[in-house]
Write a protein that binds this ligand. Structure first.
Ligand SMILES: Nc1ncnc2c1ncn2[C@@H]1O[C@H](COP(=O)(O)OP(=O)(O)OP(=O)(O)O)[C@@H](O)[C@H]1O
Length: 396
């Protein structure tokens, strides 16, 4: 954490706002019957690190692993997933529940504890970046033994060697052709572990590999993980309220594993116009720097066609990553209409955030935001129809 700062200097919005604004604490301005009040950006509240659940301290009593200790620091359902026998296994869980984390520990556990030969392990991930991350993690867990494994990205799979133990991360993103090839090559070969989240698949349409796995391996074990290790409670609650109406895993709950203390609501930035929004997003990393946030820990995610912020990335590329701070810009009714695909896209982006989440829009914003309790937001900027007191947030 950086040293304390004068809040006024950092969190006033730009002087460039072209419409005169009321003095702080002054009466709201009225534009076309809508009241607009200027509210400065709140100071960020950043959790103290390391948090208790991330400590490398002693594991829960009675949960110590004998032997390699590979599963000492995982939660109970993660342990069930990691230590299941090699037969077909589907780890079906929402974002941030540790699917990737536990897949690497499962592979390491099978190799180190159950003597599965590393040379018989084929590990497939969605992108080259994800495959590299899996490779690094496996190297860290297993050392040189991991060199004998084949780890590839889906699009670099090429001719796959016929290895006995198949591990797939993010099955819902696997091209159906690749899935079918794997299935045809392997027949009913049961040593297949896959992770996936049906809600992470944005498009509707034909059943994808995730649904096919359930049909092709009816005897598969399914393990559901329900503790989210990534996001603070308000971020998780907002993301869950957004996805619930269209979730392909109805009734699935996720509880935050991280402590609730010292967490901030989701910042909702009401921009006056394009220039105001671009100024806010362009300055965000600088505004957070004094609080100990490095610029590369801030991800600005924008919808298709959104220009004017050098550091912004397409929101469609959000999946599979994790950022300390996420700011979704351009969350307007036009860019994010109330349709399942847009809801999933915004959900995928919001659920990437660890400590701080902002959404920004001109006007009233996307109707999708109306499905999130107002009490989970801190509105700021040129707030329309401002409420003076946030409502009580709904429990997860
Ligand atoms: N048992 C655990 N203890 C502490 N941190 C954990 C635990 N499990 C996972 N994490 C951390 O939680 C975060 C999310 O984990 P991971 O990326 O594996 O989740 P995921 O389900 O694959 O996410 P997504 O599907 O959104 O990509 C990571 O920072 C990971 O290190």
């Amino acid at each position: 954490m950086g040293s304390p700062v004068e809040p006024n200097a950092l969190f006033e919005l730009p002087e460039g706002a072209r419409v005169p604004r009321p003095a702080r604490g002054g009466r709201p301005r009225h534009v076309g019957g809508t009241s607009i009040r200027h509210v400065p950006m709140p100071e960020p509240v950043l959790p103290v690190r390391p948090e208790p659940h991330q400590h490398d301290g002693p594991p829960l009593a009675g949960m110590e692993e004998v032997g390699t200790g590979l599963l000492d620091h995982v939660d109970a359902m993660q342990r069930v997933a990691a230590s299941a026998p090699p037969g077909p296994l589907l780890i079906n869980a929402g974002p941030g529940t540790g699917k990737t984390h536990i897949l690497t520990r499962r592979i390491a556990y099978l190799v180190a504890e159950l003597h599965v030969p590393a040379s018989q392990c084929l590990v497939l991930a969605r992108t080259t970046e994800a495959a590299d991350a899996l490779r690094r993690e496996l190297d860290g867990l297993l050392g040189p033994v991991a060199d004998d494994m084949t780890v590839r990205a889906f699009d670099a799979a090429g001719e796959l060697p016929p290895l006995g133990h198949l591990f797939v991360d993010d099955l819902e993103h696997m091209p159906i052709r690749l899935y079918e090839t794997l299935r045809a090559d392997r027949g009913d070969q049961p040593a297949f572990t896959a992770t996936g989240d049906p809600d992470a698949h944005i498009a509707d349409g034909e059943p994808g590999p995730f649904e096919r796995f359930a049909q092709d391996y009816p005897e598969a074990r399914v393990v559901r993980l329900s503790r989210n290790h990534r996001s603070t409670a308000p971020i998780l609650a907002a993301a869950m309220q957004l996805i619930t109406p269209v979730s392909r895993a109805p009734g699935r709950g996720m509880l935050p594993a991280r402590p609730a203390a010292g967490t901030a609501p989701v910042g909702r930035h009401f921009a006056l116009d394009d220039r105001d929004e671009r100024h806010f997003a362009g300055q965000l990393a600088e505004r957070l720097r004094p609080f100990g946030v490095a610029p590369d820990e801030v991800a600005i995610l924008a919808p298709e066609g959104y220009t004017g912020i050098d550091t912004a990335r397409p929101i469609t590329s959000a999946a599979g990553r994790e950022h300390r701070v996420v700011c979704c810009v351009g969350v307007t009714a036009e860019a994010f209409p109330d349709e399942p695909g847009f809801r999933r896209l915004l959900f995928a982006a919001m659920s990437r955030a660890r400590d701080l989440l902002y959404v920004s829009h001109i006007g009233n914003g996307s109707p999708l935001l109306d499905d999130i309790d107002p009490g989970l937001f801190t509105p700021f900027g040129h707030v329309r129809g401002h409420r003076s007191q946030p409502e009580q947030p709904r429990l997860l």
